[in-house]
Design a protein around this ligand. Sequence first.
Ligand code: SF4
Length: 437
Amino acid sequence: MPKVWIETFGCQMNEWDSQAMLGTLVSLGWEPSSSPDEADLLILNTCSVRRKPEEKALSELGYLLKLKEIKPHILIGVAGCMAQRMGGELLKRFPALDFVIGTGQVQNIASVIDEARYRKVVATEIDGCVSTLPTFRSKPFKAYLPIIFGCNNFCSYCIVPFVRGRERSRPLKEILDEAKKLVEEGVIEITLLGQNVNAYGKDLNEGYTFSDLLYALGELPIKRIKFTTSHPKDFSPQLIEAIASIPQVCHWIHLPIQSGDDKILKLMNRGYTIAQYKQLVERIRERIPDVSLTTDVMVGFPGEGEEEFSNTLKTFEEIQFDQAYMFAYSPRPGTAAERLPGQVEQAEKLRRLKELVSLQNEISRRKNLAQLDRTLEVLVEDEDPKGKGYLVGKSRENKTVIFPGKKELIGKLVWVKPKEAFLWGFKGEIVDEEGKG
Ligand code: SF4
């Protein structure tokens, strides 16, 4: 059997693209390989959201292409957002590369590979939705389910609308059928994916919204439903109600704030003010008191001075997120922010990042400490690589939980009493397996 190896950079949507390419190839007789040295087909599924992952992928590509000198029969391709952004330029820069497959061509991976045996291929058209595809998942009990592709928001720093196209929602029935199939296969947790899940259905003009989709999924025997990512400007009161009232929907909301300053939010074209964001958080916490709130933020956006940065620190103090993904702004080619005046020196961006990370780490630790009196439902995902005899899983609030247990529990739901709180989550003990203690 020929072997295929895929390395994935970036977000969950990229992870799903990799699972779908792998699933399609496995259904055609390919075998997944854990090492590029043993594979006949090597794919780098890349991310363009910041400069660093692009640089990492390019240097990795240089190394992989050397393998062709000793094994000329192997095929090497680049997929994902960088493939979409750079297209044929990648072939010019790396003449030994065999194919470039963009974000809208995942469903055509088999034909791209067939063609790449005879000639160089650049497949970067973005057309319509990818419908149901076989997926190959390393954890059979967890699945991603894309519900909407692309984004219409054009945040001024973001490359996504350029590399993933405009919003295309999948039909409700197709999503429900796929969810039913996943449940039949034994999937316990489904994570609904989209660059902006809250915009689900708008482009279909059939009158149903993301909360309608959640209610429909809630009728199925799914144990857990998670979703990401939510845009604050599209977070409706109906959606808060759906999360609060559908038992399977987990109480974890990822709500990117991006900056804590109104001037910067305007320059980012985010479509909300800090007052509106805080009001939304208040409404969510009022209706879902045990919600875990996580966010994305960047420092050093063009025009961010000391005052704007201290507003971000102040906003973080006030909101008290459970966790945050924090980055230094990285200009992306072709975006509006790349041309904005007031670009911030890299050293200054890193100084601000350090300050924000230190503040948020303290908040995360404190918030977790305050939850030691709870008992958490945990989906056991794996053995803990750092502790023999320990397992690691995720709670409904998407917190990492580590506890002693037998590996037979992997893929099951258990109840864990946290004993120690950390920045990243909890260490605890099982109080009951498969049910409330
Ligand atoms: S909402 Fe903004 S940041 Fe998110 S994918 Fe769309 S353009 Fe990018």
